[in-house]
Design a binder for this molecule. Sequence first.
Ligand SMILES: *Cc1c(COP(=O)(O)O)cnc(C)c1O
Length: 401
Amino acid sequence: MNDYKLLTPGPLTTTRTVKEQMLFDHCTWDDDYKAITQRIRAELVELAHCDPSHYTAVLMQGSGTFGVESVITSVVGKDEKVLLCTNGAYGDRQVKICEHAGVRYVRYAEPYDCIPSAARVAELLDADPTITHVSMIHSETTSGLLNDIEDVARVAKSRARTVIVDAMSSFGGVDIPVEEWGIDFLVSSANKCIQGVPGFSFIIANRDALEASRGKARSLSLDLYDQWRGLEDGQGKWRYTSPTHVVLAFAKALDEMRAKGGLPARAARYALNNRLIIARMAKLGFSTYLMDHQGPIITTFLYPEGADFDFADMYAFIKERGYAIYPGKLTDEETFRLGNIGEIYVDDIERVTTLFAEYMDARGLLEAACGAADLAEALARMDAAGADIKAEAPDNVKLAA
Ligand SMILES: *Cc1c(COP(=O)(O)O)cnc(C)c1O
């Protein structure tokens, strides 16, 4: 099988050096290992701009959904109720989590291309004093949209509600001042913007809110409070078997992130990748599904009108040449998605968009899709569209790996 890079929003392409960490079978109980876990926890709190005397980080085995499920089923008590603000599949998943665990909830649903409004959240909270928690998604990976968590959190905080944010696909790639914005529980996972491999999620948690959740958990293994106590009392000892290889890889990913300019540099690189991919794809006739609130992580594209695309055929063509793209997740429109996070640089964006042009040329779709007479013309238009964006790239962005 040919090697390829992932343009999926996690798992994503990681560095060789991160992967190499997994060649070592580390034991879980000694001080070396516990120190690694503790350092990861401290660094996550720092990345979230939180005062460690107010906030802590809890690592939880499993994929990102396990982290979200852990928070929702551990912190919303039996007599409490969570307002779920949804505008995509990951918001819908929180509804399912509540249904399964019997967590009381109210849903505030927006269409997938609109953001939940803070004013509406305020109205809902004022109308229903039994709502104790507000939950929402930051980067809705379904569409690529970036929600305004700052505004919603402010409204919820001013009404003394606990705030839960799924920042799975944004934390580490978009700056989030968690404490300043009044977020009590923020969930992300190892295999997204920190650029580790899959295997655990993590929760940045307000210590007071975490204390208040004691005894509320519905699940044993996903009990957030217990997991936290385990990590604290054992000074970095995981409650049950820890994903050692993944943890070592994650520690390395954090080191590499810091060495390459930290979060500002990473956010700038992702934002540049995103602008460039959108600008170049536009020249081939692909428009973005979102008119507003496009985030810098992943983009949903609509097919050009009047040209007949076959996703499976296009996927195979591009994958054979080194990149795995991502199907759409919208039920009502024909779309596909391109993620731009992970070890992906301007070089990759140019290469993969060139592959789209070559595919269209090979299938005779170019003219109908974008009016270019031939491949050379299409590529020239794309390069012209990207030139200014590249020229404006901040100094802390490397254009190639
Ligand atoms: C990736 C992701 C998740 C978690 O998905 P898993 O497949 O469980 O890792 C949750 N929410 C968002 C917004 C995501 O992008």
